[in-house]
Write a protein that binds this ligand. Structure first.
Ligand code: HEM
Length: 413
């Protein structure tokens, strides 16, 4: 047994400071998704102690770097559960989330995560369109919470889609993540029942020699051209601007679009690496855009959509994913992608049931995901190698201040 194994939970928490401020991933208002460095440069021994504050202007789990383990779960209100019952649930859920993210045991604990620190646990809550009429809050439903259009290449399972309430859980340890899921599910008893639940993962902090953007299950470096919190218009693109009136409860909030996207990994693996690179528009090995000549091009080399090859063809093909998805191709539409990979075993035909739990964040889904997906669905080469199988949009309110619960400004309006 090494020293590391014998580090107690109390010690992990008390050494959080020793990890150094730069080693702490900070969520809420000060989140740093664009800078994976703050998250991944933490020494391996600090993984347990890293804590993301629950309280803040925005909920944690949006700009927080995506953790190694993720659970997303949607609930429907139980028959007869009203606004008061929903308020009680949100109060209990927030109290449990606040305790667990700070590394304390929540009420009714079952000791699943007793020996571990918070491991960057974040818990993010959202409301689906169906919640508002059921809770007698139809007049507070945000105008931006539109139904998702049906896209021609969709293969959506309605039972694995939508839902009244949504929770996104992320942590750098699987037991810590499951513990949060289990505690929150138990708190819902009698008020809300699970509708669907999905499990995801990312590379574990410390797995690479230096901080690097994660790879998805197709092997590509994924997340490079995400907007950065330091961008001038980041807040305007990702968070709901402050307003007054019945929708003021969404101030500081954001909209989550959730799509379970299965990857057709067998046909994908039949392509040569060069063909795969043409589909995306970036090199597979290092993520450099195809507009940057090897060997000088690197992941961060700016994309040049105008660049042509000596034979006159576009360096980044006309149907390449990064061209069709780019803000320049979609009237400036910008989303913050924060995904988890998933693998749910094998399908009847022997192919992996695996892909991306695609979660993206924006101030308005109509001018964010929907605008981009309308374009991608018709003309993105990648469409031939993926299937969108689940879909949902959730209104995710701003963060709770100390003493408040998430959604209080809606439920006590
Ligand atoms: C399984 C499905 C998908 C895979 C494997 C995938 C993969 C990738 C990869 C490898 C990149 C390049 C690196 C980067 O900038 O992150 C990228 C970029 C991007 N993707 Fe996807 N993607 C998927 C689905 C989607 C969907 C559904 C959307 C939105 C509707 C989307 C929007 C974007 C955007 C906006 C970019 C940045 C483009 C740029 O400005 O360079 N992706 N994606």
């Amino acid at each position: 047994m090494t020293d590391q194994h014998s580090i107690s939970r109390r010690r992990l928490l008390s050494t959080a400071g020793a990890a150094g401020a730069a080693g702490l991933a900070v969520g809420g208002a000060g989140g740093v998704l664009g800078s994976t460095a703050a998250h991944h440069s933490t020494p391996l021994t600090a993984v347990g102690s890293t804590m993301v504050p629950f309280h803040g202007t925005h909920q944690a789990g949006i700009t927080t770097p995506a953790q190694a383990r993720g659970h997303i779960v949607a609930f429907d209100l139980a028959p007869g559960a009203d606004r008061k019952a929903a308020a009680g649930l949100m109060r209990r859920w927030s109290a449990a989330a606040e305790a667990m993210t700070a590394g304390r045991t929540p009420a009714g604990d079952d000791q699943i995560a007793l020996d571990a620190g918070p491991c960057s646990l974040t818990v993010t809550f959202g409301f689906g369109a169906s919640f508002f009429p059921k809770a007698g809050l139809a007049d507070h439903a945000p105008a931006a919470l539109v139904p998702m259009p049906a896209f021609p290449s969709d293969a959506i399972d309605p039972k694995q889609s939508n839902g009244d309430l949504w929770i996104q859980i992320g942590a750098d340890d699987p037991l810590v993540a499951f513990h949060a899921l289990r505690i929150l599910q138990k708190e819902a008893a009698g008020v809300a029942t699970p509708r669907w639940q999905m499990n995801g993962f990312n590379r574990t902090p410390g797995a690479t020699a230096r901080p690097m953007t994660v790879r998805n299950l197709m092997g590509q470096i994924d997340g490079t051209n995400n907007p950065k919190p330091t961008d001038k218009d980041f807040d305007a693109k990702i968070f709901v601007p402050d307003k007054s009136g019945p929708q003021a409860w969404m101030n500081g909030g954001s909209y989550a679009v959730v799509r379970r996207i299965r990857m057709l990994l067998d046909p994908w693996d039949d392509l040569t690496e060069t063909e795969q690179e043409q589909v995306i528009g970036r090199r597979k090995s290092n993520g450099a855009p195809l507009s940057a000549p090897a060997p000088t091009g690197i992941e961060t080399t700016p994309v040049d959509l105008e660049k042509v090859n000596p034979d006159g063809s576009l360096a980044i093909p006309g149907d390449a994913h990064i061209r069709v998805a780019a803000a320049q191709s979609n009237a400036g539409a910008t989303i913050l992608r924060r995904a988890f990979s998933y693998h749910d075993g094998y399908r009847a035909d022997g192919s992996p049931d695996a892909g991306l739990l695609f979660i993206c964040w924006q101030a308005d889904p109509t001018t964010g995901f929907i605008q981009i997906q309308l374009k991608l669905d018709g003309s993105d080469h990648l469409t031939r190698f993926i299937r969108h199988e689940s879909s949902a949009i959730f209104a995710v309110p701003g963060g709770a201040q100390p003493g408040e619960y998430v959604g209080q400004h809606l439920l006590e309006a």
